[in-house]
Write a protein that binds this ligand. Structure first.
Ligand SMILES: NC(=O)c1ccc[n+]([C@@H]2O[C@H](COP(=O)([O-])OP(=O)(O)OC[C@H]3O[C@@H](n4cnc5c(N)ncnc54)[C@H](OP(=O)(O)O)[C@@H]3O)[C@@H](O)[C@H]2O)c1
Length: 313
């Protein structure tokens, strides 16, 4: 089968299309014919070697943590899926989405309704799931809460604005000048251009500050949190873990999010999409031959919404 592979860690140029054997299907696995796969910043970190401590030493590697497609084959113990089912999956650090086929455990996927297209769905699992889990599980966002989303124009941020809107929050979105119109269209009530204004120095306070791009810190945001306000980052660090421990004893909280796929969350996201309240904002699409360009663009840190590799049109 065709896949975008790396034979060693390195620059985006290491990513190239090649032929590799189709994955084996274990007893609890589902083999998916991939139609579309989201591209996520952590995949650029795997490719570069920055996450090599957490990875196996096997090469070639196929990256890609998200995918949507059609079931080709199921393992003998799989009962909930059958060939030709449309599905969407989160593949974990093992990846495999940048390929014509990927095999993954049945616990990593849900069925995809017929009225949601593969690109919209394939973009979603990690970025939308992270936004949902940050706002609901860590921020406990409720109607009328004042929520600030930093990095609102990015992959996680564009979903976060829409999810906070669904929850009835008042949303302040922080992005650069090119993202202002987009985040307003997604539902932001107020927009701050970070190139003009430092949001941490403004007088307004927020129940939740969700730093979707991890460019700020709890320390910098303390002054804009309400008395029981929560700061949540997508980029935990040792200092940040220390803050989390310390703030278990204070009313303001420092939190971080580590995405973990659940079928319940994925089905909730798909329902919002079906009912027209949530969409994937697609910045650019690529083919399996163009993953090096996709990683180069992702590494600029200025993608708007999601990048997706379209494997089968
Ligand atoms: N912990 C987890 O489970 C988890 C899960 C998913 C993602 N993440 C991490 O979350 C981060 C964001 O992911 P993503 O997919 O949203 O990334 P992304 O799509 O690449 O983010 C790009 C966006 O970041 C914005 N941005 C860049 N610098 C900014 C700044 N100083 N202030 C505000 N916005 C800024 C850009 O807006 P402009 O172009 O307007 O500057 C752009 O729209 C990544 O580090 C990723 O690895 C963590």
């Amino acid at each position: 089968m065709k896949a975008a592979i790396i034979n060693q860690y390195g620059s985006p140029a290491e990513l190239h299309a090649g032929n590799v054997p189709r994955p084996e299907v274990d007893t609890h696995d589902v083999l998916i014919r991939v139609y579309a796969a989201g591209i996520n910043p952590y995949e650029t970190k795997i490719r570069s070697g920055a996450m090599s401590l957490f990875m196996s030493n096997d090469f070639p590697k196929i990256l890609g943590g998200d995918c949507a497609g059609v079931v080709e084959q199921v393992g003998i113990m799989v009962t909930d899926f059958r060939p030709n089912d449309r599905v969407v999956a989160a593949l974990g650090v093992k990846g495999g989405g940048y390929a014509e086929y990927v095999a993954t455990n049945e616990k990593n996927l849900v069925k995809l309704p017929d009225d949601i297209d593969f690109v919209q769905a394939g973009a979603m699992p990690i970025a939308a799931g992270t936004a949902l889990q940050a706002l609901f599980n860590k921020g406990h966002v409720r109607p009328n809460d004042r929520v600030l989303i930093n990095g609102a124009a990015g992959g996680v941020g564009t979903y976060a604005v829409q999810i906070a809107k669904i929850q009835g929050a008042h949303i302040t979105a922080v992005c650069g000048p090119d993202g202002v119109a987009l985040v307003r269209e997604l539902g932001a009530d107020q927009v701050i251009d970070y190139t003009q204004t430092d949001f941490t120095k403004l007088p307004e306070t927020y129940d939740v500050v969700f730093d979707a791009v991890g460019k700020s810190s709890f320390e910098a945001c303390k002054g804009i949190l309400t008395e029981k306000g929560v700061y949540i980052t997508t980029t935990p660090s040792p200092e940040q873990f220390l803050e989390q421990v310390v703030t278990t004893f204070t009313s303001q909280k420092a939190e971080s999010i580590m995405f973990s796929f659940t079928k319940e969350d994925m089905n909730w996201l798909l329902k919002q999409m079906q009912e027209g309240r949530l969409k994937s904002v697609i910045d650019r699409t690529y083919t399996l031959d163009e993953l090096a360009q996709a990683h180069e663009y992702s590494e600029t840190g200025h993608a708007k919404g999601k990048l997706v590799v379209v494997v089968k049109g």
